[in-house]
Design a protein around this ligand. Sequence first.
Ligand code: ATP
Ligand code: MG
Length: 255
Amino acid sequence: MTGESLLVAEHVTVEFGGNRALSEVDLDARAGEVTGLIGPNGAGKTTLFNVITGLLSPTAGRIRFDGRDVSRIDTHKRARLGIARTFQRLELFTDLTVRDNLRVAGEIRNTWSGFGKGLGGRVRRINVAHETERVLDLIGLGALADADVSTIPTGTARVVELGRALMIRPRVLLLDEPASGQSDDETRAFTHLLRRLVRDDGLSILLVEHDMTLVMDVCDRIHVLDFGEVIAVGTPDDVRRDPRVHDAYLGTSTS
Ligand SMILES: Nc1ncnc2c1ncn2[C@@H]1O[C@H](COP(=O)(O)OP(=O)(O)OP(=O)(O)O)[C@@H](O)[C@H]1O
Ligand SMILES: [Mg+2]
């Protein structure tokens, strides 16, 4: 239901060698909402994404998804439960077309249908060809479907990555700087797309982004990280007015 906690990080601490990248971070992304995660370079945003998706084991703390402790299950199983992400550094198959990048994700999703019980029931197979065309249409890239990803601009590739994440039919989507490399027009279109995904498809989103226009436009609530600690949580207006946030980030932000 909208407004209920869907994805929760509890007291997450990550140490790399002697360095603390995250220090007892609590985060709460609610169903049917866009949750922002902002903060200066090196604050720990991508590190938290890596913990949430299971790419990185935290030194301490837990991740809960839909009430279940998923801290000990691997990345693929978390994806199967409905946690999808895009990467700060694009990770598309550059020698494949836009359409085939989506298709591959759909084929991977269908392999999950064979998994056993214990993870919230069976995943129903999708018709990959049909779903690919639906997602291409949704993200507005039908005309570029046959283009090799190596030939399209970065801003468009960001949308392809979003499309690929959508192919697993996620419940929550983690986006790591999706507007990076996009023109202002592309970011405006992206803003509308995110709104539509939340409103029409019931998706929940956790958004890491430095483009403050996008963040303030789409987020229902925002968490602010600084040096691995959450220094503020609130609505865009709360966060904008918070002097600590201003000092740590917004006052120095160029966008
Ligand atoms: N694999 C790693 N090994 C060692 N240190 C790491 C590793 N990954 C990240 N760090 C360090 O952890 C801290 C947080 O990095 P992280 O990439 O999470 O920041 P970020 O908030 O995503 O920054 P940006 O906005 O620049 O993407 C930084 O000091 C970084 O150097
Ligand atoms: Mg990052």
